[in-house]
Design a protein around this ligand. Structure first.
Ligand SMILES: NC(=O)c1ccc[n+]([C@@H]2O[C@H](COP(=O)([O-])OP(=O)(O)OC[C@H]3O[C@@H](n4cnc5c(N)ncnc54)[C@H](O)[C@@H]3O)[C@@H](O)[C@H]2O)c1
Length: 377
């Protein structure tokens, strides 16, 4: 991490790049209360099983009641722990998510929420953003925005609620990349928001226009929050999986992917578990790709070898993205902040007083306008 006083990375308390060969201890989730949206299937269900087995209390929200209830029944039996719960939750509905978080705090054995995974998602079944075939229509049909509602608005609602409920956690401590919190030492609790992006957060997937738009939005959310969420003591990390065989991949998707190497759900769980259990990791994003046998060249580049070459190739499935981009914002920040401070000093107190006066006037006008609008409606 940069020691430069203008470094955003240092100020944002972003942790150092992740070394996937370093061990981590998933048992540090023991006793934590973890909320997962879309926990009834695929990744959410796999996270649930893994973290519940390691001693966490997991509360899942999903629109699919039968899948949600059945996995909770199975995991309660497998872990001999009745602190796992299913709550019906439609992430597109603000009030439904509020009820999910409120009920979860009541059900949590310690009355708080330690970690939230914004996982619920759907794919673009009906890519209405492609040019309509029939251009003779008077006007095009209204596009179906469900993918944006679930994969972006839903994630924003989850994030908004997480940033409210996580800091209310009893005994929470501010994020500190030099310290590991929680685990056996329950006097200092960790707070973690894990966002689920996709390869579509990084590059376009043809015919998945809205999916790509939503997942780019999740990346934007992550990149913005990693600079600020630490102020409320919340760690924010992201995983961006490549295609993995789960129910989200529909028939045509499977046909397009035929013959391709897919990523493995075990690697997605591994990446998420590392971010969840190593409480020093903050502001990092991991791409989970298919396991590839690679050889490192003398220039430090990876080259695909396809097979083990006399034991010198390494199998890689985790890649870190946006690892150091906060370091690169230094130049911009240094220039802009310096220039703005210099301009500010030259303006002196007179301009400050005049601007503040104008701001107060606008605030009064806004309040009057809002109360007039409320009276009329
Ligand atoms: N499988 C992949 O290839 C892949 C790759 C990259 C990212 N992802 C992302 O991973 C996340 C999980 O996907 P998955 O592969 O496990 O799919 P999945 O279909 O197995 O699981 C998604 C879950 O979300 C639930 N859900 C859908 N709409 C919801 C809503 N409105 N409110 C609450 N829950 C809702 C579903 O009922 C389901 O249980 C998604 O965000 C997805 O975009 C998946």
């Amino acid at each position: 991490m940069s020691s430069n006083i203008y470094s955003v990375a240092a100020k944002a308390r972003q942790s150092r790049p992740i070394d996937p060969s370093e061990p981590f201890d998933v048992s540090s989730v023991k006793g934590k209360t973890i909320l997962i949206t879309g926990g009834g299937s695929g990744f959410g269900a796999a996270f649930f099983r893994k973290w519940a087995a390691a001693g966490a209390n997991v509360i899942i929200g999903d629109v699919d009641d039968s899948k949600g209830e059945s996995i909770v029944r199975a995991v309660r039996i497998a872990t001999d722990n009745n602190n796992h719960h299913f709550i019906h939750c439609d992430v597109t509905d603000w009030q439904s998510q509020v009820s999910f978080f409120k009920a979860a705090t009541k059900l949590s054995p310690h009355g708080g929420i330690d970690a939230v995974v914004a996982n619920a998602g759907i794919s673009d079944l009906n890519p209405t953003f492609n040019t309509p075939k029939n251009l003779d229509m008077d006007e095009p049909p209204k596009p179906n925005m469900q993918v944006i509602d679930v994969n972006l608005v839903g994630v924003l609602y989850t994030t908004h609620l997480a940033l409210f409920y996580l800091p209310r956690n009893p005994g929470s401590q501010p994020v500190d990349p030099n310290k590991r919190l929680g685990g056996a030492d329950q006097s200092s609790r960790d707070r973690h928001l894990l966002l689920i992006g996709s390869l579509a957060s990084l590059c376009p997937i043809p015919h998945q226009t809205l999916y790509g738009t939503a997942k780019h939005g999740v990346m934007g959310l992550f990149r913005s929050l990693r600079c600020t969420a630490f102020t409320s003591g919340v760690r924010v990390n992201l995983i961006c999986p490549y295609f993995v065989e789960t129910p989200i991949i529909n028939g045509p998707g499977r046909a397009v992917l035929a013959g391709a190497n897919l990523a493995k759900i075990e690697d997605v769980v591994e990446a998420a578990s590392r971010l969840m259990s190593d409480t020093s990791i903050n502001g990092r994003s991991l791409v989970v790709g298919p396991p590839l046998k690679l050889v490192e060249t003398e220039e430090g580049e990876w080259q695909y070898s396809g097979r083990d070459q006399n034991g010198i190739s390494t199998e890689v499935s985790l890649w870190e993205v946006h690892a150091d981009d906060l370091e690169n914002t230094d130049v911009f920040i240094r220039r802009i902040v310096h220039l703005m401070n210099a301009a500010h000093e030259m303006n002196g107190w007179l301009k400050w007083t005049k601007d503040l006066g104008r701001a107060l006037l606008i605030m009064v006008e806004d309040t009057t306008r809002i109360s007039y609008w409320r009276r009329r409606n």
